[in-house]
Ligand binder design. Structure first.
Ligand code: ATP
Ligand code: MG
Length: 432
């Protein structure tokens, strides 16, 4: 039997996980600066939660759910995005209660699942870094969260990125806009693409971000949602722009930008790469305000703001930019062994050096010394400890710093003593 992984799912081998660990570590530093706390929710939930939370008419729910019926006849779905589960957890654990400092700020770095046609940059299991803020309708929350998103990308030196914002207004004003948009689009009904024709009455705002060329032409002349905002939404959007200006964060406004998920109101945003190689995968982060969602999922009315960033696309961007990923488990020393007695001694030396806090690899295959030195070099070891017959007999070990070729003879008994850490410092100082 030849087993293969399920279509659209990834294996991350060490050469990949090395990159992912670096990304996660650096992202967590930025998230700490903004005081977002990690939340972990199940990878599967009731199908209904997503139908409700994400919206029945969204592509995610109508076409892309990875769902199944379990042995208890429950309709389950692997989560297609992170927000619905976090909102469910917020409500179920009553995090809206007075004992919790507001706003609550959460992040997750987690796998998501969508039944899409697998292709480059589009997987059935992929990963998002997402954040959710609950309890603040202050436009400063919108700006802080967008600033966080930009900082996350900037911490990797990515700066050919564009922040695009828009406001979807309130449910009321969106209703009026929806009507005006349908009136505008109806005369073009026969010219619209099949998808857009279907959406025309169900979810006309989605026609605005159609990828079809001809649809895009038609939409050019559509009324702007920004002209339909009520006073509160208008003021909110003005403040958002004002604060972004104050922070010196460049942005463009795209009044035709809507989000694929149905739950947004007021501020929405996307971060797009201007890298020409990315074709249709240009959006690397997307989010916005969702003041009605907590109530929709059964909690008390609570404003929310969040975003999701696709990590596969971030990895692709970084690889493309020739990013130098930091090795998180860099090798401090490799132990070269010559002969049987050295093989035994190396077992002890490795154990002792590790207990002194060093990252150690050793020879196991009894290869020729030249081969072993080559390996040490390839693994980028800082030092090589060499044990031969003479060394073992004299209770010593040869220590060489690869960078400058300096070496010395160290005393095994001192390395095996209580003072090994001080002795190691001495050795390092001498080889400088
Ligand atoms: P698109 O229009 O590209 O399908 P989307 O609107 O479905 O995007 P969101 O639901 O907003 O995307 O998800 C946020 C991010 O998650 C995307 O910008 C992308 O980076 C990533 N993403 C979404 N679907 C996939 C997938 N199937 N494979 C890999 N990454 C994905
Ligand atoms: Mg999609």
């Amino acid at each position: 039997m030849n087993y293969q992984k399920i279509k659209g799912t990834p294996d991350f081998l060490p050469e990949d996980t090395k990159k992912w660990q670096d990304i996660e570590n650096k992202a967590k530093v930025v998230l700490s600066r903004y005081q977002f706390k990690e939340i972990r929710t199940p990878i599967f939930e009731q199908f209904e939660l997503f139908a409700r939370g994400v919206g029945e008419t969204s592509d995610i729910v109508s076409k892309e759910m990875y769902d199944f019926v379990d042995k208890g006849k429950r309709h389950i779905a692997l989560r297609p995005e992170g927000t619905a589960g976090v909102v469910r957890s917020f409500v179920e654990n009553k995090l809206y209660g007075p004992e919790h400092h507001k706003p609550l700020k959460f992040y997750y770095i987690a796998p998501m699942f969508r039944y899409e046609r697998p292709q480059k940059g589009r997987m059935r299991q992929f990963h998002q870094l997402g954040v959710e803020v609950f309890g603040s309708s202050n436009p400063a929350t919108d700006v802080e969260t967008m600033a966080l998103a930009m900082d996350l990308f900037r911490t990797f030196g990515l700066d050919n990125l564009k922040l695009v914002i828009n406001s979807l207004g309130s449910t009321e004003s969106r209703k009026k806009y929806r009507k005006a948009l349908i009136e505008y689009l109806e005369p073009f009904a026969d010219e619209l693409s099949k998808d857009s024709k279907e959406r025309l009455h169900k979810n006309p705002l989605r026609v605005l971000d159609s990828k079809d060329r001809n649809d895009q032409q038609i939409v050019q002349g559509a009324p702007s949602i920004l002209d339909y905002l009520d006073e509160t939404s208008k003021a909110h959007f003005e403040t958002v722009k004002d604060y972004l200006n104050m922070l010196g964060i460049d942005y463009t406004i795209d009044s035709n930008m809507v989000r694929g998920l149905d739950y947004y109101n007021d501020t929405i945003f996307e971060i797009m790469t201007e890298d020409p190689e990315f074709g249709s995968n240009t959006t690397v982060c997307a989010g916005g305000r969702y003041d009605g969602l907590v109530e929709e999922v059964g909690g008390p009315a609570t404003p929310g703001f969040g975003f999701g960033a696709g990590l596969e696309r971030l990895v692709m961007l970084l690889e493309n930019a020739g990013y130098n990923f930091t090795e998180v488990d860099a090798l401090d020393a490799f132990i070269v062994t010559i002969g049987e007695a050295a093989d035994k001694e190396a077992a002890k030396l490795a154990y002792v050096l590790r207990s002194a806090g060093m990252n150690i690899e050793r020879e196991f295959m009894n290869r020729k010394p030249a081969k072993q030195f080559k390996t040490a070099d390839k693994l980028d070891a800082e030092y090589v400890f060499t044990l031969g017959e003479n060394e073992v007999e004299n209770r010593t070990v040869n220590v060489k710093k690869l960078e400058n070729g300096k070496e010395l003879t160290a005393d095994l008994s001192k390395l095996y003593s209580q003072d090994k850490k001080a002795y190691l410092e001495e050795i390092k100082a001498q080889l400088k």
